[in-house]
Structure formats: C-alpha cells, structure tokens
Design a protein around this ligand. Structure first.
Ligand code: VAH
Length: 314
C-alpha cells in the first residue's frame, strides 16, 4: 500500500491533493505536512509541521512514518517569487534538493510539479513542444527549469524515481491560490458569484494554459502509477486542458450569469510574466507515455465552479 508524504499541504494544490490521496490510498497512509498547522487542517489523517528548508526535520518525518513516496509541493509562485527572488531561490531550490536528498537516502518515489512558467519568450508560443528551448525570464521560471534538471539528475545519477508535470494555471473552488500570475482565472469566478463583475489584472487577448483542479490531481496519480518502462520523459511532462484569455472566461461565465461584467486594470509585472509564457502547450507526450487525458473543458469547469461557489456563498 502506498504511503505518501506531501509537503505544502495547506497550499492551493496540496490542500486538495491530500484529500484526493486519502480517498484513494486511505487517510492514515497520507502524511500531510506544512510549515504551520491550523486547527482545521487535514484532521482526518496524520499532519506534521515541516519546514522544507530544514532537511533533518524532513528526513525524520519521512523515516518515522515509513513513507515510500514524497510529493513535494512547497514553493513560492511566480508573482511572489518575482517580488522576492532571493527568498524564492532559497525556498524553491533549497526545499527541492532537501526533498530529493530524502528520496535518495530512503529510496522513495518522488513527484514535484514544474510549470508552463519553465518556458520563456524565446520558446515557440503556440502548441509549445514537450522538448524545446527553455530560457525563462522570471525567478520562478529559473527555479522550474533548474528543478526539472535537478529531478532528472537524481533519476539518472542515483536512480531516484522522479516524475513531474508542467502545470498550467490551476483553477479550484476549495483553496484560493496565492502569489500566482494565473490567479485571475480563479478570482474571476469568486467575483462573478459575489459581485457579477471582475476587473482583470491580465490584459484582453493574453492566452494562457489552464486546468481544473480535479484534472490536475488525477494527472499526478496517473503519472505516479504509470509503468516506468513506458516513460521516455520524466521531468517534466507538458499537460494542459484549456488555453484561454480573460475574455474567454468572461464569455463562459456570461452563459450562466448574463449580467456579468469584465473590465481590465493591467498589472504590468504580472502581464509581463504572462506574456513570457506560451499561449498553448502540446500535451501529446503525456497522452502517449502515461495516458494523460482531461474531463473538464472551459464550459464544464465554469458551470461547476459557479455552482460550487454559489453554494459556498449561501
Ligand atoms: C503561477 N499558478 O501563476 C502558478 C502557475 C502556470 C502558472 O505556475 O505562478
């Protein structure tokens, strides 16, 4: 039976991944960890306070719980990383190599997400290939490319079973993201339900890849359970579900809330980051090597997001 330690369990991905993994593998087999614990955190199973920059603590918790897998999510996102690049390097890279070292020493399977942020302005923008130029111009992107190379190194040098995906912007109604460039695509749904209006900090016509959280979580489980003999790539796979710009979200919402109004007040910093990323990426390698597929398109995601957030607002 799999026994998994998750870092960053209180984050946008971690908070839902822990629930999904507990449903899939049993609550007691999923060790949720984060730098701080709040009362209502993941009470249905083990929770440990772990700062991923403390390698001894991470090793001790992994060993004591006798895990066989680490899913490392603790990291700063793009906009926050751009605001404090040195802090981002220390956490994103220091935390990653600590987690990889624990995986090497305890012979654990290892997952960590990369991002479409691993691409830069010189990367082909449309239908971005799996293998292509990666010269990102953000600290977050530098962290993601270095992270992909480091995870592949731990696979080729030490035989650690490292696997990863390049996530697009992730959209969910459970835990709002913090400090991301794509956060607007979450905020727009919250504001649509609350105020029937949203002012986007990303400009009209700026297309980015996006994905609904259930598809993002299924992708992790599918990849980690895939036959290693079929994997030609490891870190990290392009995956996406939706390529959309703010006006596409606006139109999708107006199908259910006709009076919804979208306006723009562009944030130059996050707009510059967004423009350095692809318009759409090619997910065919993930489909071929481990059967990646998605259930949610923009309309199905929009309907579910609005329904769930309306229920929450009651
Ligand atoms: C961010 N949500 O905006 C993250 C993600 C592709 C975007 O990496 O930083």
């Amino acid at each position: 039976m799999k026994k998994i330690l998750v870092t960053g369990s209180r984050g946008q991905i971690g908070s839902e991944l822990v629930r999904k993994l507990r449903e899939t593998y049993g609550a007691s087999n999923i060790i949720a960890t984060d730098i701080r614990k709040m009362d209502d955190d993941h009470k249905e199973g083990p929770f440990e306070v772990v700062d991923v920059t403390d390698s001894d603590r991470l090793f001790t918790v992994a060993k004591e719980h006798n895990v066989d897998t680490i899913m490392h999510l603790a990291a700063l996102l793009s906009a926050t990383a751009e605001a404090m690049p040195k802090v981002a390097w220390d956490l994103n890279m220091g935390g990653l190599i600590n987690a990889l070292e624990v995986a090497r020493e305890l012979d654990l399977q290892f997952f960590t997400p990369s991002s479409i942020g691993a691409f830069g302005p010189s990367t082909p923008k449309d239908n971005t290939p799996q293998d292509t130029l990666q010269r990102p111009t953000t600290m977050y992107g530098v962290n993601k490319v270095a992270g992909e190379l480091l995870c592949d190194y731990y696979y080729s040098r030490y035989g650690v079973d490292t696997r990863g995906v390049r996530y697009p912007g992730l959209i969910s109604h459970v835990t709002p993201p913090g400090g991301g460039t794509t956060d607007y695509a979450v905020e727009i749904y919250y504001e649509a339900v609350k105020n029937k209006a949203y002012t986007s900090y990303i400009g009209e016509g700026t297309s980015m890849d996006m994905m609904y959280m259930p598809d993002a979580l299924n992708a992790i489980i599918q990849l980690m359970e895939a036959d290693p003999g079929k994997l030609e790539h490891r870190n990290a796979f392009n995956i996406s579900a939706i390529a959309a710009a703010p006006e596409d979200f606006g139109k999708a919402i107006q199908k259910y809330i006709p009076e919804f109004k979208l306006s723009y007040e562009v944030d130059p910093i996050r707009q510059t980051i967004a423009e350095s990323w692809p318009n759409s990426i090619d997910s065919s390698a993930a489909a071929k090597e481990w059967g990646f597929k998605v259930e949610y398109d923009l309309d199905k995601m929009t309907k579910e997001m609005l329904d769930r957030l309306t229920e929450k607002n009651k």
